[in-house]
Design a binder for this molecule. Structure first.
Ligand SMILES: [Zn+2]
Length: 170
């Protein structure tokens, strides 16, 4: 019998009113450099007193969980969804109490990508960096995980393995 993964992680907004819970290990721990994630990150960082979302090199670290493994423990009514354009398939949810980016929801997908920076404690290592062709700055990219200029086949396989048929609907 498979052992049940009891790891539970909590992500919290800056002021602590919004708290989300993730159960089990994430289906993916990755840093995305795509232009949409950067535009979405800048949009959040432009809100009053917002906490930083983007790394200095333009990357956004995420822990991605299946929808059924991620939930809001408190402050759900404070979450506000932002889109980078009206018809964008992705919404980034921000704790409006203190303008902390909490997680991203890609409409057709069956998963939530939570901003890694909002979690505390022992976090899983970064598995990959994607869309690095958009990476900013001229510093050397970290070598702790493989980097991909676009989205790698490995990522697609992971999502398929998680019974997700479509990665990008745009
Ligand atoms: Zn808050």
């Amino acid at each position: 019998m498979a052992k049940v993964d009891q790891t539970t992680r909590v992500s919290s907004c800056n002021c602590g009113r919004v708290r989300c819970q993730a159960i089990g290990e994430p289906m993916l721990s990755a840093v995305c450099y795509c232009d949409d994630c950067q535009a979405g990150g800048r949009q959040i960082e432009g809100l009053p007193n917002a906490a930083r979302v983007l790394d200095v090199d333009g990357g956004t670290p995420y822990l991605s969980y299946r929808d059924d493994r991620f939930s809001c423990l408190s402050g759900a009514d404070l979450l506000v969804g932002y889109k980078i354009k009206a018809r964008a398939p992705t919404q980034r949810f921000v704790a409006s109490c203190c303008n902390s980016g909490m997680f991203l929801k890609f409409g057709p997908g069956h998963w939530v990508s939570a901003y890694r920076a909002r979690f505390e404690g022992d976090l899983p290592p970064i598995e990959m960096r994607t869309q690095t062709k958009y990476r900013l700055g001229d510093t050397e990219i970290p070598h702790d995980a493989p980097s991909y200029g676009r989205y790698p086949v490995k990522l697609v396989r992971k999502l398929l393995a998680s019974r997700i048929l479509m990665l990008i609907g745009r």
